[in-house]
Design a protein. Structure first.
Length: 327
């Protein structure tokens, strides 16, 4: 090599360093990560979610919940999608899974994205995008999703148990669990508004109806008429029936969740608990009166949640199938 060409090589390499650095070691996510490598990725995910929602509008809620469970356990790394393996129970088979759903939507979107650009788009990003698209298709807000997450290789049922909040959680415990993920009391108040869509199984709240403190009593904070309705939907001992969390408005992303919580009609103890702290209570009242504030804050908080513990750069992998780590 002549000294001139080696100098040129040096220059080219020097110029590439920042590029390589960005490509392999980027800190954090960014909007439009797939603009060059898979320009249709976001459109494909949106069209897939839209085709499922057109058939059944209730699929949006499980997609939103999947992203939440993904992010709270090991960061948003697609670990919630992994199947259990021989002798190892994955997150989706943990107790708090309480019937996670939406996996078929993610798998369909992944297959379509793989057909367009094989090996490029992570399952974790597809979950984040699908959550956003589902909310928008239930008449909720939309927001920009930063992408560039990579997929993890570990999923553990015991970590799901340890990191996910309980529906019987009181405010101090809920705030502490969110704080451990870098989320504030404000984030807790606005993200709980997710319960404006979707369904819940009776066992997530029936203790409030029949045996709140172990003395055969009812949770006194639950509005009596609502408690009666719930008792008829969930007879004593019924663990499997489901109810709408925001009755009559379960596929409409709106502020009625906050109106209900204000009136003693939050379904879970964790919903009612938002009234037991000044910061979260004030926000419940504000969101009741302002869809625009709720929608704006929700998008911002989803962005924060979507950044929890992400794998970027050279960490993790781009899974070929969302339920399996690459061989
Ligand atoms: C604050 C603590 C939270 C607790 C204790 C909690 C608990 C629960 C429980 C027990 C269910 C019912 C599951 C079932 O019985 O099938 C549920 C449903 C749901 N949660 Fe949460 N959640 C919390 C926060 C969140 C957050 C932050 C999000 C999203 C960002 C979310 C989104 C959802 C959605 C959309 C559903 C409905 C799922 C469906 O229709 O299948 N939740 N949640
Ligand atoms: C993951 O597990 C589900 C449920 O057991 C099963 O239907 C599915 O085929 C599995 N996926 C793969 C890729 O093995
Ligand atoms: C949820 O976890 C329970 C208990 O670990 C398990 O029996 C059940 O199959 C899981 N449900 C789903 C949908 O993965
Ligand atoms: C109510 O809760 C108490 C304490 O957890 C328990 O001992 C009792 O068996 C429960 N009663 C019913 C009817 O489930």
């Amino acid at each position: 090599m002549t000294s001139k060409s080696s100098f040129l090589t040096f220059l080219v390499c020097a110029a590439l360093i920042p590029v390589l650095f960005e490509a392999t070691d980027a800190q954090g996510l960014r909007s439009g990560f797939y603009k060059k490598t898979c320009p249709k990725a976001e459109t494909i995910v949106r069209q897939t979610v839209a085709s499922f929602v057109a058939k059944d509008a209730t699929v949006a809620a499980p997609l939103l919940r999947l992203h939440f469970h993904d992010c709270f356990v090991r960061g948003c790394d697609g670990s919630v999608l992994l199947n259990s393996t021989k002798g190892h129970l994955a997150e989706k088979d943990a107790m708090p899974n309480l019937s996670l759903d939406g996996f078929d939507v993610i798998d369909t979107a992944k297959a379509a994205v793989e057909a367009a650009c094989p090996g490029v788009v992570s399952c974790a990003d597809i979950v984040a995008l699908a959550a956003r698209d589902g909310v928008a298709l239930n008449n909720g807000p939309s927001w920009q999703v930063e992408t560039g997450r990579r997929d993890g290789r570990v999923s553990s049922a015991s970590e799901a148990v340890a990191n996910l909040p309980s529906s019987f959680g009181e405010i101090a415990e809920l705030k502490a669990i969110f704080a451990r993920k870098g989320l504030s009391a404000e984030d807790l108040a606005v993200l709980s508004g997710s319960h404006t869509i979707g369904n819940a199984h009776c066992n997530a709240f029936s203790k409030r109806l029949y045996n709140f403190t172990g003395k055969g009593d009812r949770d006194p904070s639950l509005a009596p008429a609502y408690a009666r309705t719930l008792r008829s939907q969930c007879p004593r001992g019924d663990e499997t029936s489901i109810v709408e969390m925001d009755p009559g408005s379960a596929v409409s992303f709106d502020t009625s969740y906050y109106t209900r919580v204000s009136n003693g009609k939050g379904l879970f103890r964790s919903d009612a608990a938002l009234l037991h702290d000044k910061v979260t209570r004030d926000l419940v009242y504000q969101y009741t009166g302002s869809a625009s504030k709720f929608f704006r804050d929700f998008g911002v908080a989803m962005g924060k949640m979507g950044n929890i513990g992400v794998l970027t750069g050279a960490r993790g992998e781009i899974r070929r199938h969302c339920a399996l780590v690459n061989a």
